[in-house]
Ligand binder design. Structure first.
Ligand code: HEM
Length: 478
C-alpha cells in the first residue's frame, strides 16, 4: 500500500517497510533477474557456441562475464592441474580477450646473437666463478662456522642479482645497496606482485576495477624507470669520456649498430634491461632455493651427490667450475628432477594461435590463447612414476632427456621460438652453485624442523614461489 507521498510504507502483518527499504528490495530483485537472465544467455551461448563450432576442448562451465578468469587468481597452475584431471590434458577456458605487442622479435635477436652465445658465456665464466666463491664465503661468515642457520634464498638471491648486474652493466648490486642504491631484487619482486593478471586485460570494459592496482604498478614502473635511467645516464657519460666498460651486455646493446635492422630505440634498450633483470634474478634464485629444499628433505640424495663429487672431482678441489659439470652425472639428474617438480614459470608465456589448427579431435580457432601447464605435466602420473616424489635416479641413463625444449615432458625453460633466452647461463649457474653448496658444506635442518615437516608449499603468484624460506645450518665439510 502506498500513502503520504514520500513517506510511503507497505504493510505486511505487523512489520512495516519504509519506502527506501522497499526500493532497495525491488532493486535487488531486478538485479537478480538481470543476473539470472545474463547467466542463461551466457550458458546457452557457451553450449550453443560449442555445438555449432567444430569440437572445442571441454572445460568447466564459465561464469557470466568473467568466464574462467577466477581460475587465474591464487595459484593458477595448481587450480588448472586439478581441473585437467576432470576435463583432460587439453582443456578449453574462456578468459575473454587479451592482446600483446610483438616487438620481442627484434629484442630477442639482439639478446641471442649478441649476449648469449656459447663464446660470450665462456668469456664471462670468471665472473660466475668469482661470485660463487663470494657466495660460499658469505655463507661461512653468516653461519659463524656452522652455528647459525642461514636463509639460502637470501644468499643466492644476492648472488643472482650481482651476477646479472655484473654481466649487464659491470656493477655489483651489494656495493650499490650499501651506498643507499636501489634494492633490485625487491623491485623485481614488487613488479611480479603487480603483474598478476588484471581483469581489464581480459575484459577491457571492466578495467575500472583495476584502478588501484594500476596505480600501484605505475609506482613500481616509475621506480624501475628511474633505476634504469640512472644506469643509462652513467653509461652515456662514461662513453663520452671513453672509459665505459666494453665487455658487458650494455656495451653490446648500446654500441652503434651496423645492421639497420638492429638499431634500438631508448625504450627498447630499457625493456631489454628490464627483461634481463625480471627474467633472471627471481627464476635462478627460486630454482636454487627449491633445489636445496629438496636435498634437505631427501638427505640420501644430498649424501649421494656429495659422494659423487668426492669421487669424481676429489674433495681437495676448493671450488667446482663449469668444466667439472659434464662429469657429474648424478648432479645433472638432481637438477632435472628439481626442474620437473618446480618449474619456475609453471604456465610458460602465453601463446596465441595465428590460424585455426587441429589438436587431436579438437579444433582451435585462430587467436586462441594457449597456456601450457608444465607444472602439471611434470607431475602427471601417466608420464612419471611416483610423480610427486623427488627421485633424481629416474633420469639415470637417460642423458638424452634435456631441458632445451625438445622433450615435451620436461619444459622448465619453455620451447620453440619463445624458449628462455637465458637458458645456457641459467643452467650453468644452477648446476655450478648446487655442486659448490653441497661440496663445501654439510647441511642440517634447524632445530624443530625435520625432513617430514619442512615446508614445501607454494604461495600465491604466477611463478612457483616458495611459501616459506629455505633455512638450514651449513657446516664446513673439510
Ligand atoms: C632457472 C632459471 C630460469 C628459468 C627456470 C627460466 C624460465 C623461463 C621460461 C619458462 C620462460 C618462458 C619460455 C616459454 O614460454 O617458452 C622464460 C623466458 C625468458 N627468460 Fe628465462 N628462465 C631462467 C633464467 C633466465 C635468465 C638467467 C635470463 C637472462 C639473463 C632469462 C631471461 C628470459 C627472457 C628475456 C625471457 C623472455 C623470452 C621471450 O620473450 O622470448 N631467464 N624463462
Amino acid at each position: 500500500m502506498w500513502r503520504n507521498g514520500n513517506v510511503c510504507e507497505a504493510r505486511e502483518g505487523k512489520r512495516t517497510y519504509s519506502h527506501v527499504e522497499f526500493l532497495e528490495a525491488s532493486l535487488m530483485f531486478l538485479l537478480l533477474v538481470c543476473f539470472g537472465f545474463l547467466s542463461l544467455v551466457w550458458v546457452s551461448k557457451w553450449v550453443h557456441g560449442n555445438k555449432k563450432k567444430e569440437k572445442f576442448p571441454p572445460g568447466p562451465l564459465p561464469l557470466p562475464i568473467i568466464g574462467h578468469l577466477h581460475l587465474l587468481m591464487g595459484i593458477p597452475h595448481q587450480a588448472l592441474a586439478k581441473l585437467s584431471s576432470k576435463y583432460g590434458g587439453l582443456m578449453g577456458l574462456n578468459l575473454g580477450q587479451r592482446s600483446y605487442g610483438a616487438q620481442w622479435r627484434r629484442r630477442r635477436k639482439i639478446c641471442t646473437l649478441g649476449l648469449f652465445t656459447a663464446k660470450r658465456l665462456q668469456e664471462v665464466e670468471y665472473v660466475r666463478y668469482e661470485l660463487v666463491g663470494a657466495l660460499l664465503h658469505k655463507i661461512s661468515r653468516l653461519s659463524h662456522d656452522g652455528t647459525v642457520a642461514v636463509d639460502i634464498g637470501e644468499c643466492v638471491g644476492d648472488m643472482s642479482t650481482n651476477l646479472i648486474s655484473r654481466l649487464l652493466y659491470s656493477h655489483e648490486r651489494e656495493s650499490e645497496r650499501d651506498q643507499g642504491g636501489t634494492d633490485v631484487p625487491q623491485l623485481v619482486k614488487d613488479l611480479e606482485q603487480e603483474t598478476m593478471p588484471f581483469i581489464g586485460d581480459f575484459i577491457p570494459w571492466l578495467s575500472w576495477l583495476d584502478l588501484l592496482r594500476r596505480l600501484g604498478i605505475r609506482y613500481v614502473h616509475r621506480r624501475i624507470d628511474a633505476f634504469i635511467t640512472h644506469i643509462l645516464t652513467e653509461r652515456k657519460e662514461a662513453m663520452m669520456h671513453n672509459n665505459a666498460p666494453t665487455d658487458d651486455l650494455l656495451h653490446e646493446i648500446m654500441k652503434p649498430s651496423q645492421d639497420e635492422d638492429c638499431g634500438l630505440t631508448m625504450l627498447e634498450v630499457k625493456s631489454i634491461i628490464l627483461e634481463m633483470f625480471g627474467g633472471s634474478i627471481h627464476t635462478t634464485t627460486l630454482t636454487l632455493e627449491w633445489a636445496m629444499a629438496e636435498l634437505l628433505k631427501n638427505p640420501h640424495c644430498l649424501t649421494k651427490l656429495q659422494r659423487e663429487i668426492d669421487t669424481v672431482i676429489g674433495c681437495k678441489k676448493k671450488q667446482i667450475s663449469d668444466s667439472d659439470i659434464p662429469s657429474l652425472k648424478y648432479l645433472r639428474c638432481v637438477v632435472k628432477e628439481v626442474f620437473r617438480l618446480h618449474p619456475i614459470g609453471p604456465l610458460l608465456l602465453p601463446r596465441i594461435s595465428t590460424e585455426e589448427c587441429k589438436v587431436h579431435d579438437y579444433t582451435l580457432p585462430a587467436n586462441t590463447h594457449l597456456l601450457v601447464n608444465v607444472w602439471a605435466i611434470g607431475r602427471d602420473e601417466g608420464v612419471w612414476k611416483n610423480a610427486t616424489n623427488f627421485i633424481p635416479e629416474r633420469f639415470e641413463g637417460k642423458e638424452d632427456i634435456d631441458l632445451k625444449g625438445q622433450h615435451f615432458e620436461l619444459l622448465p625453460f619453455g620451447a620453440g621460438r619463445r624458449i628462455c633466452v637465458g637458458l645456457p647461463l641459467a643452467l650453468s649457474m644452477v648446476e655450478v652453485t648446487i655442486a659448490n653448496l653441497v661440496n663445501k658444506f654439510d647441511w642440517e635442518l634447524p632445530k624443530g624442523v625435520t625432513c617430514e615437516t619442512i615446508n614445501m608449499n607454494e604461495k600465491v603468484g604466477i611463478t612457483s614461489n616458495k611459501a616459506a624460506p629455505t633455512i638450514a645450518v651449513p657446516r664446513h665439510r673439510v
